[in-house]
Design a protein around this ligand. Structure first.
Ligand code: NAD
Length: 445
């Protein structure tokens, strides 16, 4: 990766979670001098020794390599960011407890901390996903302190599980900048940061703050809608005897529709889509245009109904009751190639089944530790073999490759009853049926 012949910049990254840690490591790989700052001392310690505090493919190698060069450092002291010129805000913006709104306390705290160290000519770059209007408010905060730095809004679109690749090769770059000389200077500075991606032909959209903030939530709303659309079709298929996988294949061949993000199943989760569409709705309400996003309420409910349907289907194949049934749950992460269990559909179904009296055993290749933090009362095991031994029902809830590739013949020897529910329409139904399994899936006969 190293590409030191382009002009190197001094960069700080405030907030080193799933987004910030990857961003910091990738910026260092592009040749920049990077200081990552986080309030979580344990995270800083792990990162500084070259170990990611979470699972993300390609990150361990990249991080240790970059820390070893000395170009990438981590600190819990914001004053270590004082020598940087470009400061990225990558802190969390979770859903407020008991509300749909975004909790912006970390963003405000990061900005307050930065205002104590920025120099004239510095650029503060917002990357966190925020309600539209936040950047404008941060500009006011910045204006109260002299000498003022310039704010840019540069939303991030990386996907967990592909975060390193997505950071090096984004589908597009968006800069929200003011429409003046400082904005022009900021655009050119950001284009030095991203020189490599731009040289490779990455499309660039330079716009105002408002549009830049909206782009991110619009993209997430569209993706969530696409998933809920196909899951609504799955409900129709369940009511009529249709097959949602064939339906998705058929409509997906239409280039205007496209097959991506049309995988019917347990629906979306994670630290982004659910809270982002909810925060967007809440913001629309504050702006007096809640009607415009009323459809997102349906998108959210369709998504949440899939989890209920999964538990109902489990009950159905267990002759009407899951009480006392040994149930093996494969998957706890909200999606494969991640250890993230924030709003995980898999974990939510596992917990519901346990609360309703099933004897649930959960396994996951990477997410057990995070899952056990969230649901300490659930029973977790390390391997599929342990999970399925004696099971009366197996649920595939996160489509990790190693689960999709399981051998139905081999697995049948371990279970008590060969019954499997494919929550992700990821398995070869014919192979499982011909091995003697009762195979059921969402949206299929
Ligand atoms: P995260 O919870 O993994 O990381 C946030 C980090 O910020 C934590 O390490 C936390 O300790 C730190 N932090 C909080 N307050 C701080 C402060 N005042 N100063 C310094 N550090 C502070 O969250 P994440 O998944 O990395 O998401 C961060 C932002 O990026 C969110 O707005 C999210 O919506 C957005 N985003 C995330 C992804 C993704 O795939 N995870 C993708 C695109 C955008």
């Amino acid at each position: 990766h190293p590409d030191t012949h382009r002009r190197a910049l001094r960069i700080s990254v405030i907030g080193c979670g799933y987004l910030g840690a990857v961003h910091a490591a990738c910026m260092a790989a592009l040749g920049h001098e990077v200081i990552g700052v986080d309030v979580d001392a344990r995270k800083v310690e792990a990162l500084a020794s070259g170990r990611p505090p979470f699972y993300e493919p390609e990150l361990p190698e990249l991080l240790s390599e970059m820390v070893a060069t000395g170009r990438l450092q981590f600190s819990s002291d914001i004053s270590d960011a004082a020598s940087a010129t470009v400061h990225f805000i990558c802190v969390g913006t979770p859903q407020k407890r008991g509300e749909n709104k975004a909790d912006l306390r970390a963003v405000d705290a990061a900005m307050t901390a930065l205002l104590g160290i920025v120099k004239p000519g510095d650029v503060v770059v917002g990357k966190s996903t925020v309600p539209v209007g936040t950047a404008e408010r941060l500009v006011e905060m910045m204006a109260e302190v002299e000498p003022a730095a310039t704010l840019a809004w540069n939303p991030e679109f990386l996907r967990e599980g592909h975060a390193v690749k997505d950071t090096f090769h984004p589908d597009r770059l968006v800069y929200g900048v003011p429409d003046d000389a400082a904005g022009a200077r900021t655009t050119s500075l950001l284009s030095q940061v991203y020189a490599k991606a731009l040289a490779e032909g990455t499309p660039l959209i330079v716009t105002n703050y408002t549009t830049a903030q909206l782009v991110k939530v619009a993209a997430n709303s569209f993706l969530a809608t696409k998933i809920s659309f196909i899951n609504a079709m799955a409900e129709l298929c369940e009511a009529t005897g249709g097959d949602v996988v064939q339906l998705a294949d058929a409509i997906g061949h239409d280039a205007r529709i496209g097959r991506q993000f049309l995988n019917a199943g347990l629906g979306f989760g994670g630290g982004c889509l659910p809270k982002d569409i909810r925060a967007f709705m809440a913001r629309a309400g504050e702006l007096g245009v809640d009607q415009a996003l009323a459809f997102l309420r349906e998108v959210d409910s369709i998504n949440m109904r899939r989890r209920v349907r999964m538990v109902d289907l489990a009950r159905e194949v267990c002759e009407g009751s899951i009480v006392g049934r040994r149930v093996a749950v494969l998957g706890a992460a909200f999606k494969p190639e991640s250890d993230d269990v924030r709003d995980s559909p898999a974990l939510s179904v596992a917990a519901q089944m346990a609360l309703q009296g099933a004897d649930v055993v959960v396994t996951d290749p990477k997410a057990i530790e995070n899952a056990a933090d969230k649901w300490p009362d659930l029973h977790f095991v390390d391997t599929v073999e342990e999970a399925v031994t004696g099971a009366e029902l197996v649920l595939l809830l996160t489509e990790w490759q190693q689960y999709v590739g399981l051998d139905p013949v081999e697995l049948k020897r371990r279970v008590k009853m060969p019954r499997i529910l494919d929550g992700r329409n990821a398995l070869d139904s014919e192979a499982w049926r011909s091995a003697g399994w009762t195979y059921r899936a969402l949206g299929r006969r």
